[in-house]
Design a protein around this ligand. Structure first.
Ligand SMILES: Cc1cc2nc3c(=O)[nH]c(=O)nc-3n(C[C@H](O)[C@H](O)[C@H](O)COP(=O)(O)OP(=O)(O)OC[C@H]3O[C@@H](n4cnc5c(N)ncnc54)[C@H](O)[C@@H]3O)c2cc1C
Length: 432
């Protein structure tokens, strides 16, 4: 196995610029880390390693980096508002922590970041009258989240996609102007926003490709793992055929295949619930003024409008096509599902009628529990923590959401290399 040799830390100047946690602890860790999976999780982990002078090699099964769930999502950097059914507040707090560290981390790793041209306006949360929670309960949750944001920003700062998250949600009585009548009697304007995932993926991909400490091997699928005396042997398949790659330290960021590879490496792994959700992007011939909307609280939908004119539409009853205990089917794009998703949301948001589907694809959502989103007990209503499992040289990482993935990478890599995280966290406790 190639060794990276003794390296001193290369700490991004951007952290210094921000004056934030600009600790230049060089890592004594001098092995190359093999990362399985080049999505948001794997790529941010590679960039966090590079920021400490540690070399990594990403093995990505697809022909390009960042074309899985990290490309095919809604890009909402959650502030916790949607997790009203987790009464413990833990999910909201995790989202606030992820959201308030997200932008500093991305800006520290990437040189091409333009939030302004690639982020939506704030989401309006429309309370569906027949939903799983009423406007009074939701209003109380939003107030609680707002004070979490206020308190957390003292420790974490308030760089939220280049803007501020410290804006209190406002309750508006009556139906939202974009909704068909008779569905909703209240809505809340919020500061929560979405970044176009295609732009985010492009910034990260450029940063990983430009880094001399990140080697990228695309089209390499890790089919199996065998523990060996010096670490792990990864059995891979690529255009070149079968190969065996030996590594002392492996970081498993393979999302839908993560637990199966953990099982082979460690002999055990917990179970999870796997859902396929479709990303549908639409456009009109003329630009329509569409505020980003989330219909709460239940199995409904979202719409996001980005500055380039693309509109993301989700209608949960149609866009979620598979649910099971293993990722046993493919995630091929499905035009019929895409059209039906747009049609489903357009029945509720009439301004969408006349838009055409311009792009679509599907990806995995890996979550807890077996109940679906229309049940209050569903694991989809709670994303409590990133999972970092480690044993010997095997590290396995699941940030849970786009929102929390960069922080999960930073914390995992700090632990792996014995260095300090480059952003503050809420580990000391956030008053609620
Ligand atoms: C439709 C949809 C909407 C979403 N909306 C949001 C949202 O608005 N906000 C939010 O916070 N989160 C959202 N999410 C969740 C978010 O997208 C994921 O949490 C996040 O992208 C996961 O990142 P990842 O890198 O772990 O996974 P991925 O991006 O899927 O990356 C995993 C990579 O590993 C590769 N891989 C897998 N197995 C192997 C193998 N055996 N060998 C080699 N390579 C392998 C894959 O090809 C892939 O590139 C959404 C998800 C979906 C599907």
């Amino acid at each position: 196995m190639r060794r990276a040799g003794s390296l001193t830390a290369v700490v991004s100047d951007r952290y210094e610029d921000k004056g934030k946690a600009a600790r230049t602890h060089p890592s004594r860790f001098d092995e190359e880390v093999v990362i399985i999976g080049g999505g948001l999780q794997g790529v941010t982990a590679a960039l966090a390693l590079a920021a400490r002078g540690v070399r990594s090699r990403i093995l990505e099964g697809r022909s390009e980096l960042l074309r899985g769930a990290s490309y095919r999502n809604e890009g909402k950097v959650h502030l916790g508002f949607v997790y009203a059914l987790d009464e413990s507040g833990v999910t909201a707090r995790k989202m606030v922590e992820g959201a308030l560290t997200f932008s500093d981390l991305i800006e520290g790793w990437c040189s091409e970041v333009d939030w302004h041209s690639n982020c939506s306006e704030g989401f309006d949360y429309c309370v569906v009258d027949s939903g799983l929670a009423d406007a009074t309960a939701l209003g109380a949750h939003y107030e609680q989240v707002s004070s979490m944001i206020e308190n957390a920003s003292g420790a974490l700062g308030d760089n939220y996609l280049g803007s501020s998250a410290r804006v209190e949600p406002v309750r508006h009585r009556g139906s939202h102007a974009l909704l068909a009548p008779g569905l909703s009697s209240d809505w809340f304007s919020t500061p929560e926003r979405s970044v176009d995932p295609r732009a985010l993926c492009a910034w990260l991909s450029a940063a990983a490709t430009a880094s001399p400490l990140v080697d990228v091997s695309t089209g390499v699928v890790v089919k199996g793992v065998v523990p060996i005396a010096s670490g792990f042997a990864l059995e891979t398949v690529s255009g070149a055929g079968l190969e065996r790659i030996e590594a002392e330290t492996v970081l498993n960021c393979s999302w839908e295949n993560r637990l199966e590879l953990d099982r082979q490496a460690l002999g055990k792994a917990p179970s999870a619930c796997y859902r396929i959700k479709h990303q549908v992007l639409a456009r009109g011939e003329t630009e329509v003024d569409l505020a980003p909307l989330t219909l709460v609280q239940g199995p409904y939908g979202d719409l996001v409008s980005w500055p380039n004119g693309d509109v993301y539409v989700s209608w949960y009853p149609v866009a979620r096509t598979f649910m099971g205990s293993s990722p046993s089917v493919g995630t091929e794009p499905d035009r019929d599902v895409a059209e039906a998703t747009l049609e489903g949301l357009a029945a509720i948001v009439p301004a969408l009628q006349g838009l055409e589907v311009v792009d679509h694809g599907a990806a995995w959502i890996v979550g807890e529990g077996e109940a679906d989103i229309d049940e209050t007990s569903s694991g989809l209503h709670a994303r409590r923590a990133a999972e970092i499992d480690r044993q010997g040289g095997w590290w396995s990482l699941n940030g849970g959401k786009l929102t929390t993935a960069p922080l999960a990478s930073e914390l995992c890599v700090a632990e792996l290399t014995g260095t300090e995280p480059k952003v503050a966290t809420l580990e000391s406790g956030l008053p609620r």
